[in-house]
Design a protein. Sequence first.
Length: 235
Amino acid sequence: MIRPCGIREGNRQMVIILKETAENPITLMGERAGVCWGGDTDHKEKNYKRGLECIASGHHRVMEYVNVEMILDGYSARVIREWYTHIGGAPTRLQASTRYINYKNFSYTTPPSVAENPEAERIYRDTMSAIAEACSRLERDCKIPREDAAMLLPLGMSTKIVDKRNVRNLIEMSHQRRCTRAYWEYRLLMDDICQALSAYSEEWKYLVEHYFVPKCEVSGYCTEKKSCGRKPYRP
Ligand SMILES: Cc1cc2nc3c(=O)[nH]c(=O)nc-3n(C[C@H](O)[C@H](O)[C@H](O)COP(=O)(O)OP(=O)(O)OC[C@H]3O[C@@H](n4cnc5c(N)ncnc54)[C@H](O)[C@@H]3O)c2cc1C
């Protein structure tokens, strides 16, 4: 999915769902559960129904059989740093190198608060240009290796990762990161992932609509001290 957005400088964000992602996640969950229940796993509709029952009943171990592989491209290194905190289920990923890629003209994210303020936007843009220029001069004029000049690169720079995890992890993540307390760019990233998965198949659309929700929708109350008021706060 390509979502052009005015708040990013020279940058486009994309979530690409790779073909290794299970196309029929609910049916797959039901098929795996059926093995253990002595069920008829050759019957697609029965597998689908069994999968739905499993997730509705909270038997979420079955979600761990559903693989999600995707490319996240153009998001800031900062949001990807937060992405890496979701470790349940041993996810894995590769990230664009800061040793081999030339970041002479790196693209970056500009937060809305900065983009809306002309003075702030100018300071921000000039700083990014100064960093890019300093990296180039260190390499070109001072013969500093790229891997060392890259120490100057900012967290706002765009990066790219290839990510692999199971859907249980991704649903857990959505509870945290669709909460209004989550970092704004992470919430946009979650929206992009939800849209990309919904477009992948009807079963994904169902999962996203029913399970990729903020944590207050799961518990019925809010646990965040600085609550947005969507649900009553309960410490
Ligand atoms: C509003 C907000 C503010 C934040 N602020 C900060 C911050 O300032 N600094 C910071 O570092 N992080 C911060 N975070 C990140 C947060 O602390 C977590 O690291 C992040 O949400 C991922 O953890 P998780 O439990 O949600 O997901 P996962 O790590 O994917 O875990 C999911 C579930 O798997 C299980 N699990 C995972 N690992 C283990 C384990 N080792 N042992 C047993 N069970 C396990 C648990 O049941 C867990 O609930 C913030 C997050 C939010 C939403």
